[in-house]
Design a binder for this molecule. Structure first.
Ligand SMILES: [Zn+2]
Length: 40
């Protein structure tokens, strides 16, 4: 099973079907919003 985790807060965002254990890093909506707000 694959897991998508947030690279900022390490929260599990989503799971997806996979033959092997995979970990993908992305940004959860919360951190994505924060990033947008902080960025000028
Ligand atoms: Zn996050």
């Amino acid at each position: 099973m694959g897991t998508i985790v947030c690279q900022k807060c390490d929260a599990t965002i989503s799971h997806f079907e996979d033959e092997k254990v995979t970990k993908l890093y992305a940004q959860c909506p919360g951190c994505h919003d924060k990033n947008k707000q902080t960025k000028r």
